[in-house]
Structure formats: structure tokens, C-alpha cells
Design a binder for this molecule. Structure first.
Ligand SMILES: [Zn+2]
Length: 481
């Protein structure tokens, strides 16, 4: 395709290897305004540009889409990092993320969404959307709001099966019926509360109070039991389902059985589960409990299976579960015993770099599959595609330049999150984000914030028909064969 004589693009990205979920190729990308205007082999886009980025030697990726982040969340006596620090996402190659709105009585769901919108407005550096979380004894009036909320651009409705905001299966069944009826996607934190509580009680009786015993009180079975129950509810209500932060191989197997039967059910795992195992929790000298998350990290064999499942599409997406609590708050306010355990991940900035290093550099994922699980699939499943999640003419110009040969050592002082530690401290990573472009504007360049740290925009989301109907999803979440 020849560009028009005298045409002036706003931005031209030249000389890089463009990687999408489908393929990798040497291509130049021209941007006009906020969108991708043309993509062509080197030498074809002859027009001038106001700004040219030389991407020689770099991979040119669609901006990362993190389906799972928490900003400003107040719980367990602590307050997580706020939206004011969300530029860290861009430093790590993420240009869109999803946060969570928690509805609790007496607020209506609409009230809760309005409050979260106000909290986030003008404070996000990257584009964002919200999942809606329904909690406790969900009243009929809130159930009745679900359809309107889905139509309003928040189509992912979450319930929790354990912890502070849990609801029982009766309320979950009611929510999932509404979600099915109104074309939404049910989202769930799947851990069996009753089994976990029993095992915790038993551990305490046996004097097993160290926080690391959480690996025994919330073993793989706790995930699997909840996943099997919620898969049944999904099938019987007709609701599509997205299971957050899966860490257990047996849970992945349960999901895979339902997917093989053609049900529209999907699974996410987390960067920490792909990086660490529960042995780390015993490392008192290095404050090993900082490695805990909810659900807790599992064993080496679970981790091996997560990688295999990510490669062969039994799992579809990787989130960070960014919920940044300072180490001192975790140790002093959240506690260190098995029945009062700390959680939270300082991870949004490291999701792409760690996944690139462990996945592509170490040979577990192809470059296209990496792009698929960190960007394309989250965009498809969350109703952002093809505006987000790919590099195509007409898509938002959310573009990341990643140098696949650069090596660097993680030091929390060098990162842009507010954490006073990093679980990946000292890791030597191959692959580094050089430049991040959000809707045509350069946000991060060569490790410096050069764009608007408050320029992120709320994204109304619309689910793809094939995501929610999906009899035999086939290639939907696996384009690269
Ligand atoms: Zn979370």
C-alpha cells in the first residue's frame, strides 16, 4: 500500500519486528491521531512523520492489557497503592488495565461504580475499565442493576467464593442467571471457603501457626473444589465464566474438561504463580510471606502445569493481581500467622518483562503466544478487542517497543511502583521495555516518563459474541496454531 504523496503522519515506528498473536514480521507502523493508520513492509511508507521512532532490533508489540489490578483498595486495615502511581504500568508495557468496583450495602451498584469512577478520574496514566464485584447478601435491587451495568460498558460481574467479600452459591447462582440473561461474563475468585476454614482450624489446633502453613490450609483442592462448583453453576445458568488467578494444576484440569465440552469458560493465571512456589513462604530471613497471594502460590508441579496450560490454551490470560501493600504494612498490620495472613502483589510493572523472560527467552512460549496471553486474549475476553490487544489499521495506537536482547537486574528502587520491596529482587531479566505509546502519544521513552501521567481514559467494554456464545471456541484464544 503506497502512502499518499505529501502525507504527514503523526508518528512513524520504523525498523522493528511487529509481533501480533498471529505472526511476526518486519513492518513499519504509521499513526494518525490516536489510531494506527497504516502498517506496511519497510520502505513502503514514504510519507513524512512529525515523529519517527527507530525500532531497529526491537519487538513492536500491542500494548499489554492487564485484566486484574487493584488501585486504592482499602481492606484488612491497609490501603493499597493508589491510581496516582499507575504510570508504573506503562513502564512495564501495559497500556490498559482492569480494576475492580466493590459494591457493599447500602450503596447500590450504580453508586459504587460512580464512586470508583470519581476516584479514578484524572488519576490514571493508562486506559482502564472496571469489573463489578457483588458481595455478601446481594439484595434483589442490586441483582436488578446487573443488566444496566453490563449495557453501560462494565460487562464483567465478579463474585467471591471466600474472604471478606464472599457470597454464597445461592446468591452467586442468582447473579450468574442475570449475567447470562444480559450477555455479560461472570468472573470469580474460586477458593472453597469452608474447606479452607476447616483446614485452618485444624492447623491451629496442631500448633501450625506460621503463615507458611497457608500452603496446607489452602492447598490445590481448595481451588479445585470451588472451580468445579462454579463451573457447574456456569453450565446450568448458561453464563460464560472467567476464573481469576488460577494457581492449581487440578483446577486447570477441571477448567479444561469444561472447555473441551465447548463451554465458554476461561482461565487466568498470575505472574507470581509462574515465578515462585510455596517453599518461599518459609524464607523468614527474606520475609518470605511477602510472596503470598490469595489464592496462595502452589508447588513446582503446579507451576510446571500452569506453563504447559498457558502454552496449549488450557489457560488464556496472565494478570498481575497488582494490589500493592508496603512490606511493613503487610508484616505489621496484616499479620504473619496462618489465620491472619497478608497478601498483595507489587506486580503491574513486571508482568510483561517477567513473562517475556520466562516465557519467550527461556523457550516456554512463542513470541506470538506471549502477545496473545498478555494482550490479545485479555482484550478479547474483556470486550476491548480489536480497539485494544492488537496492531491493526484502525486499532488504538497502543504500542510497546521491547528490546529482546537487553538484560537488566530487577531492583525495587529502579521500578516505578511504590513498593519498598520486590519479589523479583535480583532477578536478571532478558527483554526490556524501551518505549510505550498510549493512543498515539509517547508515554514512556527510554525509561523516562515523557507523556501525561493522568491521560488514561475509561474504556466502555462490549463483549464479543463469540466470547460469550462460543460453542467450541476453537481459535478464539489461540491464533498462533
Ligand atoms: Zn485480585
Amino acid at each position: 500500500m503506497q502512502s499518499r504523496e505529501g502525507q504527514l503522519f503523526d508518528l512513524l515506528i520504523r525498523g522493528g519486528t511487529v509481533v501480533t498473536a498471529e505472526a511476526s514480521a518486519l513492518l513499519d507502523i504509521a499513526v494518525e491521531g490516536e489510531r494506527i493508520a497504516q502498517i506496511a513492509p519497510p520502505g513502503v511508507l514514504l510519507a513524512e512523520a512529525k515523529r519517527v521512532l527507530d525500532a531497529t532490533g526491537c519487538l513492536v508489540l500491542p500494548g499489554g492489557v492487564d485484566p486484574h489490578c487493584h488501585y486504592g483498595l482499602k481492606v484488612f486495615g491497609v490501603e493499597a497503592e493508589t491510581q496516582d502511581h499507575s504510570a508504573a504500568a506503562a513502564f512495564g508495557g501495559t497500556t490498559t488495565l482492569l480494576d475492580f468496583v466493590f459494591q457493599e450495602p447500602p450503596a447500590s451498584l450504580h453508586d459504587a461504580i460512580r464512586a470508583k469512577q470519581e476516584e479514578a478520574a484524572g488519576r490514571m496514566a493508562v486506559d482502564y475499565g472496571f469489573h463489578a464485584v457483588l458481595t455478601g447478601e446481594i439484595p434483589f435491587e442490586v441483582m436488578d442493576e446487573i443488566g444496566d451495568v453490563i449495557r453501560g460498558g462494565i460487562p464483567t460481574i465478579k463474585t467471591m467464593m471466600t474472604y471478606h467479600w464472599m457470597c454464597d452459591d445461592g446468591h452467586r447462582f442468582g447473579v450468574m442467571q442475570q449475567v447470562a440473561e444480559h450477555g455479560g461474563l461472570s468472573v470469580v475468585h474460586a477458593e472453597d471457603d469452608a474447606i479452607a476454614n476447616w483446614l485452618t482450624k485444624k492447623a491451629l489446633r496442631e500448633g501450625k501457626t506460621h503463615g507458611a502453613y497457608i500452603a496446607e490450609t489452602r492447598p490445590a483442592l481448595v481451588e479445585e473444589a470451588a472451580i468445579r462448583r462454579v463451573l457447574l453453576l456456569a453450565e446450568r445458568t448458561g453464563s460464560p465464566l472467567y476464573i481469576l488467578h488460577m494457581g492449581a494444576a487440578s483446577g486447570v484440569a477441571a477448567l479444561a474438561e469444561s472447555r473441551e465440552r465447548g463451554l465458554p469458560v476461561y482461565g487466568e493465571t498470575l505472574t507470581p504463580y509462574l515465578s515462585f512456589t510455596s517453599d518461599k513462604l518459609w524464607d523468614d530471613a527474606n520475609r518470605g510471606l511477602l510472596w503470598n497471594n490469595y489464592p496462595t502460590i502452589k508447588s513446582q508441579s503446579d507451576q510446571d502445569e500452569l506453563w504447559a496450560a498457558l502454552a496449549d490454551d488450557r489457560l488464556q490470560a496472565v494478570g498481575s493481581d497488582h494490589f500493592l501493600v508496603k512490606a511493613s504494612d503487610r508484616y505489621e498490620k496484616m499479620g504473619t500467622t496462618v489465620d491472619a495472613l497478608q497478601c498483595g502483589q507489587a506486580g503491574v510493572e513486571l508482568r510483561l518483562p517477567v513473562l517475556y523472560h520466562l516465557g519467550v527467552h527461556q523457550g516456554r512460549l512463542t513470541p506470538s503466544r506471549f502477545v496473545e496471553v498478555v494482550s490479545t486474549n485479555p482484550a478479547k475476553l474483556m470486550g476491548l478487542y480489536p480497539r485494544k490487544g492488537t496492531l491493526a489499521v484502525g486499532s488504538d495506537a497502543d504500542i510497546v517497543l521491547l528490546d529482546p536482547r537487553a538484560t537488566w537486574t530487577v531492583r525495587h528502587e529502579d521500578l516505578h511502583m511504590t513498593a519498598d520491596y520486590s519479589c523479583w529482587e535480583g532477578w536478571e531479566l532478558t527483554g526490556q521495555v524501551r518505549t510505550t505509546v498510549l493512543r498515539g502519544s509517547i508515554l514512556v521513552e527510554e525509561g523516562r516518563l515523557v507523556g501525561d501521567p493522568r491521560g488514561g481514559r475509561f474504556q466502555e467494554r462490549r463483549l464479543l459474541p463469540e466470547v460469550i456464545a462460543n460453542p467450541r471456541s476453537g481459535g478464539l484464544t489461540r491464533a498462533s496454531g
